[in-house]
Write a protein that binds this ligand. Structure first.
Ligand SMILES: [Zn+2]
Length: 309
């Protein structure tokens, strides 16, 4: 079984608290191990999880406010310290290239790891991965910000008993998947006769934004949505002014977008009781709701059941 899960490193916005480290998240998705928005302390938070710096294959930064990127220097230097042998791709808003250059070479170190620097140049930019497509969408925040989503294409799950019944085995199975049909003893067997649709899975990561089209584009039909809810509705005016979401807004986005499992995070230090985020969001979203805590793991929900046909 391939592993698909979110490892939460930190959940605080702006300033950390005694309970919450600065932001930081790792998505394990088959062969990809993606670090999102490493805030200060992310390297040490990793030590408390099952993820090591050596596991990382990719780093995605939404924007260059400190709580989303001040963990880059330590993490990047750690890749070289550990002599990570595989290249690590790094994505961030192209307009912040100067910040990235500074963070990458913040201090002297012996650089051995290979970083593949691939900035996001435009809304809707797509990066093809072995397991699907990584897409960046522009968000609404005082500086250039992109959210990300990972979309696995829909596929087919072959039914062994049907294959056996038709006497299809070995390389013929691959051909049937590829071509869509197989001519067998004068009869054509189609892929649909021996398989069921396997809906692809989707993960979305939405940080630091006011409500905008990009939020909905990213959240659409996400199996797992990680979204900032810096504020509560009592601070809705402030949230709009500074380009952030409230728990109620984030929950409504999830409902309107058909999200299955919702993870709220990036909490302002002004609120001490996380249940307030839960109660506010619950009034607007009745799916799986998780108020993120540091050093917890959230599984992707089981694959959607394909509709018949
Ligand atoms: Zn920000």
């Amino acid at each position: 079984m391939s592993m698909r899960e979110l490892v939460v490193l930190g959940t605080a916005s702006q300033a950390p608290t005694r309970q919450r480290n600065h932001n930081g998240y790792v998505l394990r998705w088959d062969d990809e191990v993606i670090l999102f928005d490493p805030g200060e302390g992310s390297q040490r938070q990793l030590l408390h999880t099952t993820v090591t710096a050596t596991d990382l294959t990719r780093i995605c930064v939404t924007h260059f406010h400190g709580d989303h990127c001040l963990g880059l220097p330590g993490t990047i230097q750690r890749l070289s310290l550990d002599r990570v042998a595989h290249p690590v791709a790094v994505h961030f808003p192209a307009g912040g290239a100067e910040y990235f250059a500074r963070l990458r070479h913040a201090t002297s170190f012996y650089e051995t790891a290979e970083l593949r620097v691939e900035p996001i140049e435009a809304d809707g930019q797509r990066i093809t991965l072995g397991c699907g497509t990584l897409e960046a969408r522009r968000l609404r925040h005082p500086i250039e910000t992109y959210g990300y989503r990972l979309v696995e294409p829909d596929g087919h799950r072959m039914l062994p008993e049907k294959l056996t019944a038709y006497g299809i085995a070995g390389p013929a199975v691959g051909e049937l998947i590829r071509v869509g049909h197989l001519d067998l003893n004068g009869r054509r067997v189609t892929r649909d006769e021996v398989s069921v649709p396997r809906p692809g899975q989707r993960f979305a990561f939405v940080m630091d934004t006011g409500l905008c089209d990009g939020v909905y584009a990213l959240a659409e039909h996400a199996d797992l949505l990680v979204i900032e809810s810096t504020f509560l509705e009592s601070e809705a005016a402030l949230a709009a002014e500074v380009g952030h979401l409230t728990a109620a807004q984030a929950a409504r986005v999830a409902t309107e977008s058909g999200v299955r499992r919702l993870v709220l995070t990036h909490f302002s230090q002004r609120y001490s009781d996380p249940r307030r985020f839960h109660d506010e969001a619950r009034a607007h979203f009745d799916g799986d709701l998780i108020i993120a805590e540091d050093l917890t793991t959230v599984q992707l929900p089981p694959r959607r059941v394909a509709s018949a046909g």
